[in-house]
Design a protein around this ligand. Sequence first.
Ligand SMILES: [Zn+2]
Length: 110
Amino acid sequence: MKREELAEYSQRVWGRQARAGALAIVFLILWVPGLVFLRNRLDWAENATRSIVILSAYAAVPVILFLALGVSRFRTMPKCPHCGVRFYPPLLASAITTGKCGHCGESIES
Ligand SMILES: [Zn+2]
């Protein structure tokens, strides 16, 4: 792995993050009216428990979605060839600028 490859990776991830942020905003803009619509449509007087379960399931969708995206992003981060630690953003920046792992101090270029 070379510093240039890490810099390219960092730029790619930055572009992807900007797109993901825009999609998340669109998703939330669509999700909130859906929540209000669902709350108004559910039969709270007749079947309150069922209504709470349906509404909770709908509310859990963005949480699960964002958790899954976070986990998948973490799993694709490059790793140090020596200690195996993932280059999350602060370590990635130091690896690009110094060429050394911020965790073990070894050179990342092998
Ligand atoms: Zn390391």
